[in-house]
Design a protein around this ligand. Structure first.
Ligand SMILES: Nc1nc2c(ncn2[C@@H]2O[C@H](COP(=O)(O)OP(=O)(O)OP(=O)(O)O)[C@@H](O)[C@H]2O)c(=O)[nH]1
Ligand SMILES: [Mg+2]
Ligand SMILES: [Zn+2]
Length: 342
């Protein structure tokens, strides 16, 4: 492809990405028409800023002679903490408008996981919605949805059954032309089944008839699927645990009830561990705040603080490296061109 036209990444692998030329997205483009674009050896592409990034699904790229030359600035980015990896954070998807948090009703929805995914979503800049799947397997899906709504504050919660074609219209209503949605959730939740139902065709492999809710990881890569109506859906593999990247704002949005209580503690630096005048302790006593939710908030806050410290340390190290380079260049400059090193 020789073009200066921006192209959208529909799949990102090591060394190469698949893109659809901009004029095909949004639209009824067939993802099999995607073009392979080669990356540099390090897999990184220049950005409009100083850093080079690994392109991720949903990115817009400038492509010249089948080479990715520039990643456009990401409007939103779903990032997770990857402990142990060199870069520490990984962008799961870029330029997403809606994060569809998919969770099964059977087995019971995991409220802590939903809170984690909500934090990830709020952090991304995209709007979250929760979709509870497999409504056909439980007697009272609406009652369960109400429980979930209690932890997904100010977020729409839908219940669906793909098998019985129930509740899908509420999700279809999100598929406006030009909108990009990403589905996230545990393996076996029914993400790919939902994507296929919304696409109206079998785009993604699903876990067949197996239905024990256990992780099988049918989907193994992230894939952007352009829908006929002009919306784009990104399917992702089930993630067992997702490290949440530090963001106090995202946590305060997900846990707005806990944040409001913390504001009412007598001391601004209250640790909520038996301090005098602690509004959180009072709410735990009265049952207004559940131990489960408080623990969930505390765990995520701790994780976020740890991640922030680590990324501060990394930034400091990068800054040191940059100064080392600058000083070296400066000294080289003093010696003038062509001078011997010693
Ligand atoms: N009963 C019932 N089963 C469903 C429904 N939707 C999906 N399933 C089943 O749940 C299993 C997992 O579905 P998938 O769509 O592959 O799940 P996934 O979230 O994409 O899983 P990964 O790709 O591993 O992350 C399959 O056996 C589906 O047939 C539903 O509405 N009702
Ligand atoms: Mg899948
Ligand atoms: Zn307190």
């Amino acid at each position: 492809m020789v073009t200066s036209e921006a192209a959208r990444v529909v799949r990102a692998d090591k060394g190469a990405v698949l893109v659809l030329p901009g004029h095909q997205t949004p639209g009824a483009a067939d993802p099999t028409e995607a073009v392979r674009v080669v990356l540099d050896r390090d897999g990184l592409v220049a950005t409009t800023g100083e850093e080079r990034l690994a392109p991720t699904v949903g990115d817009w790229l400038d492509v010249v002679d089948d080479h990715a030359v520039l990643i456009h600035e990401r409007r939103t980015a779903l990032v997770r903490d990857t402990a142990g990896a060199t870069s520490h954070v990984q962008a799961l998807a870029a330029n997403v408008d809606v994060v569809v948090i998919v969770e099964h009703l059977d087995p019971d929805p995991d409220l802590g996981r939903i809170e984690r995914m909500l934090t990830l979503a709020w952090r991304s800049g995209a709007r979250p919605v929760v979709v509870l799947t497999k409504a056909d397997l439980v007697p009272d899906p609406e009652g369960m949805a109400a429980d979930v709504a209690g932890v997904a504050l100010a977020v729409d919660v839908h219940t669906v059954s793909v098998w019985e074609d129930r509740g899908l219209d509420a999700v279809r209503a999100l598929l406006a032309p030009g909108v990009t949605l990403v589905v996230v959730g545990p393996s076996g939740a029914g993400k790919s089944s939902l994507v296929n139902a919304l696409a109206g065709r079998e785009v993604m492999d699903t876990g067949g008839q197996r239905n024990d809710g256990r992780g099988r990881h049918t989907t193994t890569f992230r894939q952007l699927v352009p829908l006929t109506g002009g919306a784009m859906l990104i399917d992702t593999p089930g993630i067992r645990g997702v490290g949440v990247v530090a963001d106090v704002d995202a946590l305060d949005t997900t846990f707005s009830d806990v944040a409001a209580l913390a504001d009412r503690c007598r001391f601004a630096d209250c640790h909520h561990t038996g301090d005098a005048g602690c509004a959180i302790a009072a709410a735990l006593d009265s049952g207004e705040l559940s131990e489960r939710r408080f623990d969930s908030w505390r765990r995520l806050a701790k994780e976020a603080a740890y991640q922030a410290r680590r990324s501060d340390a990394r930034l400091a190290a990068e800054e040191r490296d940059r100064w080392k380079r600058v000083t070296k260049d400066y000294q080289r400059g003093l010696r003038g061109p062509g001078q011997p090193r010693h």
